[in-house]
Write a protein that binds this ligand. Sequence first.
Ligand SMILES: CN1c2c(nc(N)[nH]c2=O)NC[C@@H]1CNc1ccc(C(=O)N[C@@H](CCC(=O)N[C@@H](CCC(=O)N[C@@H](CCC(=O)O)C(=O)O)C(=O)O)C(=O)O)cc1
Ligand SMILES: N[C@@H](CCS)C(=O)O
Ligand SMILES: [Zn+2]
Length: 773
Amino acid sequence: MISKSSENTVATTHALGFPRIGARRELKRALDAYWRGEIDQDTLRRTGVELRSRHWALQAEAGLDLVPVGDFSYYDHVLDTSALLGVIPERFGREVGEDGIDLDRYFRMARGRAPRGEDVTACEMTKWFDTNYHYIVPELAHDQRFTLHARGLEAQLDEAHAKGLRSKPVLIGPLTYLWLSKVRDEPFDKLTLLERLLPIYAELLHRLAGRGIEWVQMDEPILVCDLDAAWQAAFKAAYQQLAAQHHPRLLLTTYFGGLGANLEWALQLPVGGVHVDLVRAPEQLSEILPRLTEEKVLSAGVIDGRNIWRTDLEAWLEPLGRAQEQLGERLWLAPSCSLLHVPVDLAGETRLDDELKNWLAFGVQKLEEVALLGRALREGRASIAQALEANRAALAARRESSRIHNAAVQQRLRAVSPTMSRRASPYSQRAPLQRARLKLPLLPTTTIGSFPQTQAIRAARRDYRAGRLERAAYEQRMRAEIEHTIKTQEALGLDMLVHGEPERNDMVEYFGELLEGFASTQQGWVQSFGSRCVKPPIIYGDVRRAGPMTVEWIRYAQSLTERPVKGMLTGPVTILQWSFVRDDQPRAATCQQIALALRGEVGDLEAAGIRAIQVDEPALREGLPLRGSERPAYLDWAVRAFRLATAGVRDETQIHSHMCYSEFNDIIQAIAELDADVITIEAARSDMELLAAFAEFEYPNEIGPGVYDIHSPRVPSVAEMAQQLEKAAEVITRQQLWANPDCGLKTRAWEESKPALANMIAAAQELRARIGG
Ligand SMILES: CN1c2c(nc(N)[nH]c2=O)NC[C@@H]1CNc1ccc(C(=O)N[C@@H](CCC(=O)N[C@@H](CCC(=O)N[C@@H](CCC(=O)O)C(=O)O)C(=O)O)C(=O)O)cc1
Ligand SMILES: N[C@@H](CCS)C(=O)O
Ligand SMILES: [Zn+2]
């Protein structure tokens, strides 16, 4: 049990953070209800208090020694840090009171809208390192002022204190905060703001010391990235400055990789301890042990916070025992990173078969694993003998299970040859054949795939799953939705149509439910951003397509119109990236298996007469390793997987791909190597800046730079989108250019989508008239 005393326990155990969404997505439901005006702020806050209390209790019951405070958030922890530091862009109002910003202003920063107050352009959202979690990007002005608003954090510390818990506040460190920020207006060096930022951190630490806090978890995950000399120097200066005053001890916390070239100097920083990710970079342990100075603790991140497999506890006992011999009570134990990235509790899974369930550990089970290892270090391995035996048996059962290996898949993999990843002819020969077959106008208009996922569609799916709706009736409703979507697109005047994806709960989960080697969960939700969650499937074995997955829906859609309808698939890299992946073979091998399965689907779509097939890869950039040195190998296998999935088609079949949610400049070469005939790519939010990179690179194939941001409910005007297209036409040739939104329309309403698309088509027509065609 966690106690308030600071007695010297051997092997202090802790978690870096716990999922805040709730085992039943209680926070999501409360947020959505608050935004719809159905509950008031007090009710929303009560949900927050309740979830924090429950999550701390889970950690305490598991037997962990320190609880994180500040890991909870109503939307995003980076946005919370901005609120804490008074980083509020002017368009959200200037004055910030002692208590910081009110919840409605906070939500406007996140999503542009709150129950009270005028709509404003929201802050940008982007990927949190190499995860599928999105954070709200802080906006910094060159004359940025920082002010401390710690009441919210202090109130949470009071909550934990009242429960008799030993608290460890969690903060994003000053360097990582600056790294994740974007600069407003004119470009400037973000590091120039450090001298203004540090006094705020110092003030906060001082206040925490006044509350008797012993340890603060200072998250600096950028230490696993490549840092140039300026950032290294800034780290040293910043932590020297913070160390100069009396405050709680700092646990410099890193995750998502190893310290690599930063290891030597990072270990010299004047902090109380270092947390390292030994799951992703186990070699760090032996590098750190001889270098760790006597005043520092080492928090060993040994339980995988990014995946859902049971930990091999036995395998950790020996290295941890060695570390303990040297460090004694200076060795701490924790998951590798915050548990934000895994579902809450395996106990919620009532339909997963027992065999598979026995291989898994979600958030709650991971807390138990940390506690077990801690106990073994404190009391000897015999004290956990029974748990060790169960763990050993579960791992052996997984290794030996006949469900993992599939001889037919292995045989197909052996037959893969390099020619299978090459289209029969180069793009220059394919393009005229496709043009002749598709008969599209110059500047063709299209959409990215999904149309609004209405409440009615979701309710039908829920009823079908619950057995309240027969399969035939469910399919009939989906066909009716497809018909409506096709007719709407025809009426609007789009050139290349889509079926709208109504039958898909999610672009990855849908395929996970159909492919062999995958398992789906009922409650395995993980926060993606704000109240939005995803349920990543679990890839546990060799991947095989049991039969066509999309062909009937697309064939039906195509039967309703003369215009071409795009086949719509999620690509191998994105399926891999947005699933929990098996850890008994390299990611590249699993990706190749998925690619082979998709290749079969692409072939079946083509055989069904589908003239264009889109294979989405929005996660291609997200999967890019954080270290530059690891990137070429990743891009090599990722591109090969895409090509293996798509290159089997005839020249006249047009392959599309789509990418979003990322900065693409640094992977343009790889995008070109995909050799998709058309790529539709997010560009509106960056004002078409991306295209300059394509132009410079002389990208040869066709491009549809998104002309409007689908994240906003705002309907852009014809003029606005015509201007975007014009900008695009200045840098890429008119034959290359398509007009489309930034991404799918699933999160939008029909009332927003129809006028926006009508304006987009009008903008394309205007430009066509101007540039000819
Ligand atoms: C493109 N994006 C995606 C990412 N990752 C994915 N795996 N998938 C993506 O599409 N990463 C990057 C971005 C992130 N963007 C989003 C956007 C939207 C959502 C989202 O809306 N998520 C939904 C859950 C989607 C889903 O599975 N829906 C199910 C219904 C599940 C459900 O909530 N059921 C309710 C009842 C429903 C009802 O009454 O209407 C219940 O169980 O009680 C489905 O459609 O069948 C969300 O609600 O958070 C995520 C990421
Ligand atoms: N085809 C998908 C891609 C999302 S990234 C959609 O339109 O929703
Ligand atoms: Zn997209």
